[in-house]
Design a protein around this ligand. Sequence first.
Ligand code: XLS
Ligand code: CA
Ligand code: CA
Length: 440
Amino acid sequence: MRETFNNIPKIKYEGPKSKNPLAFRFYNPGEAIGGKTMREQLKFAMSYWHTICGEGADMFGPGTADKSFNEKSPMYLYKHKARAAFELMDKLSIDWFCFHDRDIAPESLTLAGSNARLDEMTDIIGDLMRESGKKLLWGTANLFSNPRFMHGAGTAANAEVFAFAAAQVKKALEITVRLGGTGYVFWGGREGYETLLNTDMGFEIDNMARFLKLMTAYGRKIGFKGDYYIEPKPKEPTAHQYDFDAASVLAFLRKYGLEKEIKLNIEANHATLAGHTFQHELRTARENGAFGSIDANQGNLLLGWDTDQFPSNVYETAFCMYEVIKAGGFTNGGLNFDAKNRRGSYKHEDIFKGYILGMDSFALGLRLAYKIIEDGRLDAFVENRYKSFKTGIGADIISGRATVEDLEKFALDKGDVMEFVESGGQEELEGIVNQIFFAG
Ligand code: XLS
Ligand code: CA
Ligand code: CA
């Protein structure tokens, strides 16, 4: 088959000292760590939209990266994109991918026309998957680019738009099932609002729940066995997105009885846009039994928007992987690089360098997360911090035996409890982290 990235070799692991920019320094796919290979633990996925479609356009200018692959007709272009996607995954040893319906086939003037194109491309991608062994981590529908979705999809002010969105998701679910996808993502798109002057917030959120109930039930009816995810994001494109963060999504799911059916896909950049750390969002998901999958990227913290950069911050990847390990590892989820090159990194080889950076950063993170756990001092500190709940009045609080009167009697007897209060030890712990990371 004709290569698209013909100047790029298969990327190999060459070890930490390698100076080859097209080699892994830390990601060694076959190396076992924590009883499983890095490849199995990390479950890297390629995002079709950024990698195969995105050309780097911004508010001030068009794209700089050429992803037209010298093709003139739309369907030839999308077939070429599909071949390029599988070549790229092969060269980077990435086993999984994720897409929106409109990433894999161009939209036509009618829904029927778009569906026909999707069917054709789904067959082609299915063949490429069978030949290569690559797998679909999750599918989704683009319910935000077309102008018809300017006021949202499931939360649109028009029933006609709600119906169109449902029809589009129906098809996206069908192709996800056809391709054996292990997940399906509902990201809000434009599910939010700009001003309450024109918005019935309660009605829109009720409709969001109606939409999700219809769609999740339909997916099960046609045999979807994977996980459904909502991907929280606080803002952008709308000023107020209903799926603000993990906690608000959990509250929504519980209000409408959807918490057993839908888990969370946590994105690092969305966490920081919400004013949280990546780890906070992952912990919130994990503590609520809703940890599902991850969009692996990072934001520029100096900017207020969603920059979707390839992850380089190893503190972040280490504490992300710490949460993943504590959650028992991925089941149907994985690490999807919802990440794109900076506009100035416009060459095809920059895409590979972006993935190498992200994969190496997560390989380092995985190694460091195991070191944190093996070292044990952080976990022991936290465990010890709550020891007063193991005996005496603490044990009575936990078992529910203690009444308010008991608690008052205890406090009156003590007179003051300041002598029991211990240091939070933050600086000591941060020093331990640095020691674990850098002392060799
Ligand atoms: C946008 C989201 C989107 C979802 C999939 O900010 O990250 O790309 O991951 O629709
Ligand atoms: Ca995302
Ligand atoms: Ca993002």
